[in-house]
Design a protein around this ligand. Structure first.
Ligand SMILES: NC(=O)c1ccc[n+]([C@@H]2O[C@H](COP(=O)([O-])OP(=O)(O)OC[C@H]3O[C@@H](n4cnc5c(N)ncnc54)[C@H](OP(=O)(O)O)[C@@H]3O)[C@@H](O)[C@H]2O)c1
Length: 230
């Protein structure tokens, strides 16, 4: 089942995907490709906040449903192609699978692609990091998905740390990078909904590289006092 619906015609994506709180009545459909630790955590967290979420893995919707179990009825198991058609798509697959997922060119028409990948060829404990020879992961993703507005986020901390309990009155910082400020703002809104404190840093070519595995912001955990509710 496709995620995109009639509003495409009414609101071209660059206009329509303004800050989530400016979307009015339109329900943003969120797609997540990769149903492992990262994909499932984001899917359940965002569905609990009331979003429509589609989740895909490499083996098809039945296998996603099986891995979700009964606790996450609000997440819709989906195919990769239907998930790529959602308004905002998270890429949460191993780096070695990115080209496969984006082989058809990724999300179209200015939809947002949130790149949460890290450039591991092999995950820890025997980690092997890809040698990109001066390139960066998020810029490669942006080239593989030329019609998407790519935002780098959710990659700088292990998820066990990202969502670990916090001292009272504190929030955990999450760095965000992207070339399109409105797309970064939309993703920042989701980050806030998930209880984290977004810190947008700038474009992919600069900030994305700081956040990349081996960069100075990779693995850096920062806490900040939570803002008092008005
Ligand atoms: N784990 C963390 O704490 C963490 C933190 C920040 C960033 N990251 C990054 O986030 C990404 C995901 O990490 P993870 O720990 O969630 O990995 P994971 O647990 O190994 O899960 C990977 C998921 O990707 C799916 N997948 C693989 N190839 C696919 C394809 N061609 N099409 C659709 N889905 C595909 C897998 O589905 P199948 O099982 O069906 O193949 C699986 O559901 C990685 O790039 C990682 O470096 C991880």
């Amino acid at each position: 089942m496709a995620c995109d619906t009639a509003p495409d015609i009414l609101y071209p994506y660059p206009v329509r995907l303004q800050r989530l709180d400016h979307l009015g009545g339109h329900e943003v459909k969120i797609g997540i490709i990769g149903a492992g630790m990262v994909g499932k955590t984001l899917a359940t967290g965002l569905a609990e906040k009331g979003h429509q979420v589609r989740l895909a893995n490499s083996r098809g919707p039945e296998s996603v449903a099986e891995s979700l179990g009964a606790s996450t009825a609000k997440v819709t198991p989906s195919s990769t192609s239907a998930t790529l058609a959602c308004d905002l798509v998270f890429l949460t697959v191993p780096w070695t699978k990115v080209r496969d997922v984006l082989r058809s060119g990724g999300p179209k028409d200015g939809r947002i692609l949130v790149d949460a990948t890290n450039i591991f060829l092999r995950f820890p404990p025997e980690a092997l990091i890809d040698d990109l020879k001066g390139d960066s992961g998020s810029e490669i993703v942006a080239r593989l998905a030329p019609e998407a507005r790519v935002v780098k986020a959710f990659n700088t901390l292990p998820f066990t740390t990202m969502f670990a309990p916090l001292p009272d009155g504190m929030e955990r910082v999450l760095f965000v990078a992207g070339d399109d400020t409105m797309a970064v703002a939309s993703v920042s809104d989701l980050i806030v909904e998930l209880g984290l404190h977004p810190v947008p840093l700038g474009p992919l070519a600069q900030a994305g590289r700081l956040m990349e595995l081996g960069g100075p912001l990779s693995g850096l955990e920062l806490l900040t006092p939570a803002k008092e509710e008005a």
